[in-house]
Design a protein around this ligand. Structure first.
Ligand SMILES: Nc1ncnc2c1ncn2[C@@H]1O[C@H](COP(=O)(O)OP(=O)(O)OP(=O)(O)O)[C@@H](O)[C@H]1O
Ligand SMILES: [Mg+2]
Length: 216
């Protein structure tokens, strides 16, 4: 038996919300993201995302479901170093076998253009700045146009200006109807969400929407 990363968490996120998760190191933020992504499985309780019971799926079902339903931006982007920007942004489409193979690259190019990298598609990650790599990571997360975008400290590696840029991109996706959930240590970046969930010791200790914050 292990240590419970989360316990007694009862959380509902509505489609179209933009939610920030904050809390100290080790409080369970990544575990929440991983549960929503179907990367972690609960030892007890249920996880329903986009109408599917993730806790009842097999690994194979989860892999297919994940590919089509969630895009994830990681703290260190985790781009494939030997693939160009456009190849990185195409990868999820290939993995999900979404659309005709010959059209996937064009879809990925559109996403790269949407994050301001129309002219950087042929670059390798190492030939891009940190902010550009982060944009590729967003384009990759958007590849299958998933209804849910998750970020586990997607701005953790960026200076303030670039972090603001990143938030702008996430907000843009949210404005287009995507549900966005991101973890951040930065209260200022959390305040950009319409709802802020605070986690501590594996429990949700605070959950407020922006109107409530504004009313304080
Ligand atoms: N694979 C694992 N095996 C055992 N314990 C784990 C595992 N992953 C996380 N934990 C534990 O679960 C708790 C929550 O971890 P989690 O990674 O969700 O925290 P976090 O809030 O994301 O922290 P940080 O801000 O440092 O990223 C911690 O006590 C951690 O040590
Ligand atoms: Mg974490």
């Amino acid at each position: 038996m292990g240590f419970p990363a989360l316990s007694g968490v009862n959380l509902t996120i509505e489609a179209g919300e933009m939610v920030a998760i904050i809390g100290p190191s080790g409080s369970g933020k990544t575990t929440i993201i991983n549960l929503i992504a179907g990367i972690d499985r609960p030892t007890a309780g249920t996880v329903t995302v986009n109408g599917s019971r993730l806790d009842q799926m097999t690994e194979e079902q989860l892999a297919v479901w994940r590919g089509r339903t969630v895009g994830i931006v990681f703290q260190f982007f985790q781009l494939m170093p030997t693939l160009t920007a456009v190849e990185n942004a195409t990868l999820p489409l290939d993995l999900a076998r979404l659309g005709p193979a010959r059209e996937r690259r064009a879809v990925a190019s559109r996403h790269l253009a949407a994050v301001g990298l129309a002219d950087r598609g042929d670059r390798l990650p190492l030939e891009l700045s940190g902010g550009e790599q982060q944009r590729v990571a967003i384009a990759r997360a958007m590849a299958c146009e998933p209804p849910i975008l998750l970020g586990d400290e997607p701005t953790g590696n960026l200076d303030t200006g670039m972090a603001q840029e990143m938030l702008k991109l996430l907000k843009q996706q949210n404005g287009a109807g995507t549900t966005v959930v991101y973890v951040t240590h930065d209260p200022g970046l959390a305040a950009r969400a319409s709802r802020v969930i605070s986690v501590r010791d594996g429990l949700i200790v605070d959950d407020r929407r922006s109107q409530e914050r504004a009313a304080r």
